[in-house]
Design a protein around this ligand. Sequence first.
Ligand SMILES: [Zn+2]
Length: 93
Amino acid sequence: MPRIPESNCPWCGHIIDGATHPDDDSKMPSPGDVSACIRCAGLLEFDANLKIVKLPDATLDAMRFNDFGGYMQLMHIRNTIREVIANDDRTRK
Ligand SMILES: [Zn+2]
């Protein structure tokens, strides 16, 4: 898993210093790539310095129209993380 500059998830504060690519686990993210927090499933985007920021709604909307396959993949990843969260006793309050 490639290491990225350490950031806090802008949604939940979880410290993130790595990222996996769904097709190639060794691939580094590029600026503008989208992601989801492994802890809260919040949608994220890599900025120019590979720091993570909240994925803007406008970007997500544009993705749905311009890159529907990528959009569906991101939604699938988010749903998968949410299922893991829901089934993980450690995160259940
Ligand atoms: Zn998070």
